[in-house]
Write a protein that binds this ligand. Structure first.
Ligand SMILES: Nc1ncnc2c1ncn2[C@@H]1O[C@H](COP(=O)(O)OP(=O)(O)OP(=O)(O)O)[C@@H](O)[C@H]1O
Ligand SMILES: [Mg+2]
Length: 222
């Protein structure tokens, strides 16, 4: 199993990102319903956060109260509109009486589909929490952006990743001095650019695999 599969966050408590933790508080504890549009670079954690927020928006939300649509693979506006309509118009029995619709890669929707979505948001926003994600904010229509709380999800900086990386390494039985680890957690090239979580898992995976391989060949040679 890759480190990404093994260590990806499954609960809010495991989220390392302060920005997203406070966003979650406003949607979960303060019961905010403004449609949320998360944008940012690949691997910043948008989809993972959307899914965690959906399944924690209230204590008793059920899996049938959550619908995930990958907008770049959905074809046909009529099918999509019907799918959203059917889902959104259902009565929900959880304590907030709401459902959550995740529209992942929302820029994959054509202009027509985005216009249709605009109307659906107006119709259902009191009972459906819409969460949109995108890498390309410029491809989301102005009227859609205007209806949403638009949040730029930043890639985490090395210092933010350090505790998580140390936890993973400890769990794997490895220790590495903080300064070396911070170097490993820094993005290549430009200064002060965060690392994507995918890159983080891959770098740690490679590091641990390399160390194990070296130990294996040393003991083999001995
Ligand atoms: N806060 C976090 N802490 C640790 N791992 C995280 C965190 N957020 C996301 N991840 C993990 O990082 C990986 C990438 O996250 P995710 O798919 O959510 O990124 P994304 O922003 O949606 O990327 P893309 O723009 O490419 O769709 C996933 O395996 C996810 O579980
Ligand atoms: Mg994503």
């Amino acid at each position: 199993m890759s480190f990404e599969e093994k260590y990806s966050p499954r609960t809010f408590a495991e989220l390392t990102n302060d920005q997203l933790r406070s966003l979650a508080t406003s949607y979960r504890d303060a019961k905010r319903m403004t449609p949320l549009l998360l944008h940012g670079l690949p691997g910043a954690g948008k989809t993972a956060f959307a899914q965690l927020l959906a399944s924690n928006v209230c204590g008793d939300i059920g899996s049938t109260d959550i619908q995930f649509i990958n907008c770049s693979s959905e074809t046909g506006i009529d099918t999509t509109r019907k799918k959203i309509d059917d889902f959104a118009s259902c009565y929900r029995q959880n304590s907030r009486g709401i459902s959550v619709l995740i529209l992942d890669e929302a820029d994959g929707f054509t202009r027509n589909a985005q216009d249709a979505l605009k109307g659906l948001i107006d119709q259902y926003k009191a009972s459906v929490l819409f969460i949109l994600t995108t890498n390309h904010l410029d491809k989301i229509s102005d009227p859609l952006q205007d209806r949403c709380h638009v949040v730029h999800v930043e890639k985490p900086m090395p210092e933010e990743l350090l505790p998580m990386a140390k936890h993973i390494l400890t769990d794997e039985g490895e220790t590495i001095p903080d300064d070396i680890l911070l170097d490993l957690l820094s993005a290549d090239g430009a200064d002060r650019v965060g690392l994507s979580y995918r890159q983080l898992y891959r770098r740690l995976d490679n590091l641990v695999a390399g160390r194990r391989q070296r130990r294996g060949s040393v003991s083999h040679a001995a």
